[in-house]
Design a protein. Structure first.
Length: 418
């Protein structure tokens, strides 16, 4: 355990750590927030759910985490609308991950890989194409049906200890357990890690990638905080977390996707030698002050300033008679719109390429979601880019908008217009 979160003599709010049982010190309260992927139609019950988005850092294990948990059945419903293959960038990313796994960890005789949160099968379809034994586990039925239509094997279920036990009994141990943008979503991470420890072969690896705390702090990307990002992982907190389950962090790799992520590789303790990358990232986190409360106090000030600047800009543009439209009905946009109080009066609609989101209303804010094609009918004066992690792909696709004088509004690391 570590204990250098400098919060002595503080009267700040605290709550118990979901990972180590220590004391978490609160550093931001975004107020009541909706389920970030609850794109709704009038009358949908899920639209009314609210929880308090309160964030803190554990004094003992340094895990950054939320205080309140949303019911998992409300978040990951059978019709959960997010599609992992919704951008060319992510399709390419997961294809590369699969090819790399096939060439390395899955190169032995009759390998077996399990993916937690396989969604529409964007990663596993390459694995299936290579004829390698695999199983996706995901509770989102509609997304799993897309995967199954491509020949990917999926169990429609929540992964936890009991699921892991039944998979092991039926199919044997896994050489690789892989998961992208899922593990940090799961408050009940203890049963996940017990399941991993049960399912993993003696020399197997558990690899998971998630948004990286270091990038979020460095870029002030506060919109990465929403119901699904219950934890914000860093090497230090992940190392402490997995150690409780007889596992060891043996490698880390920084990834440029989703505004900055890290892939953590975990093995049974003592089986693999940790790579120098682990030591290097831990050292960098110390230099960045990721375990220090002062870092989060400064981050909190930047969040408040972004809200002020963004709302001021949108109100000024409205007063000038300019039209601003949202681009990318992301989960991240739920925090921006609801924390900043941005509704259809400031942003009348948001364009998004996901059919499952179109024709629905954005969680909390009620901003309608329209198709990407409607962006040009007619072009607005400004586009508020909620999907800033896909800026390159979107700006290339919408070059004509810029050529005709349209401007993009971005709000991280600060509010700016390009
Ligand atoms: N892996 C994809 C990616 O990186 O784009 C999908 C990520 S999506 C944000 C999270 C996915 O995790 C959803 O498809 C959700 O249904 C799934 N999920 C949530 N809790 C889960 C659990 N306990 N076991 C398996 N999948 C889970
Ligand atoms: P993400 O940030 O969670 O990956 O979500 C990106 C959202 O942006 C998703 O709803 C799809 C949408 N999107 C578009 O509408 N057009 C695009 O060109 C891209 C890349 C994404
Ligand atoms: Zn802790």
């Amino acid at each position: 355990m570590v204990a250098d979160v400098t919060d002595e003599n503080s009267s700040a709010e605290t709550f118990p750590c979901r990972v180590c049982g220590g004391l978490v010190r609160q550093w931001f309260d975004f107020g009541p927030q909706p389920i970030s992927n609850a794109f709704y139609r009038d009358g949908d019950a899920v639209a009314g759910i609210r929880y308090d988005l309160v964030v803190g850092i554990c004094r003992s294990c340094t895990m950054v985490q939320q205080r309140d948990e949303c019911p998992r059945e409300s978040m990951f419903r059978p019709d959960y609308p997010y599609r992992a293959s919704g951008s060319a960038l992510m399709r390419k990313h997961f294809e590369q991950v699969a090819e790399w796994l096939l060439a390395t960890e899955l190169a032995g005789p009759d390998p077996f890989i399990v993916e937690i949160g396989s969604n529409d099968g964007v990663m596993l379809r390459t694995i299936r194409g290579a004829g390698v034994r695999h199983l996706g586990v995901d509770p989102s039925r509609d997304a799993a049906e897309v995967a199954a239509a491509e020949g990917v094997r999926v169990r429609v279920d929540f992964f936890e200890e009991s699921t892991a036990a039944s998979i092991r009994a039926a199919e044997g141990p896994a050489d690789v357990i892989y998961s992208a943008n899922v593990i940090s979503h799961i408050p009940y991470v203890d049963t996940i890690l017990r399941g991993v420890a049960e399912l993993l072969s003696p020399t197997g690896v558990f690899m998971f990638e998630d948004r990286y705390l270091g990038d979020i702090v460095a870029h002030s990307s506060f919109d990465q905080l929403y119901d699904e990002h219950f934890y914000l992982f860093a090497a230090r907190s992940v190392q402490a977390m997995v150690a409780q389950f007889g596992l060891e962090l043996v490698d880390v790799a920084h990834l440029d996707v989703h505004g900055g992520s890290v892939r953590y590789t975990v093995a049974r303790a003592g089986v693999r030698t940790p790579s120098p990358a682990v030591r290097d990232l831990l050292a960098r986190e110390s230099r960045q002050g990721l375990a220090e409360m002062a870092t989060y106090e400064r981050f909190a000030d930047r969040i408040v300033a972004i809200r002020e600047d963004l709302v001021t800009l949108l109100r000024e543009l409205r007063a000038e008679g300019k039209q601003v439209v949202g681009y990318g009905a992301t989960s991240k946009s739920a925090t921006v719109t609801n924390y900043c109080g941005i509704g259809p009066d400031l942003v009348p609609y948001v364009c998004d390429s996901t059919p499952e989101k179109q024709g629905r209303l954005s969680p909390g804010s009620g901003i309608p979601v329209r198709s990407q094609d409607e962006f040009s009918r007619p072009y607005p004066d400004y586009a508020l880019l909620f999907a800033w992690n896909h800026a390159e792909e979107i700006m290339a696709k919408e070059r004509e908008f810029s050529e005709r004088g349209g401007r993009w509004i971005l709000y991280v690391p600060t509010v700016h217009v390009v």
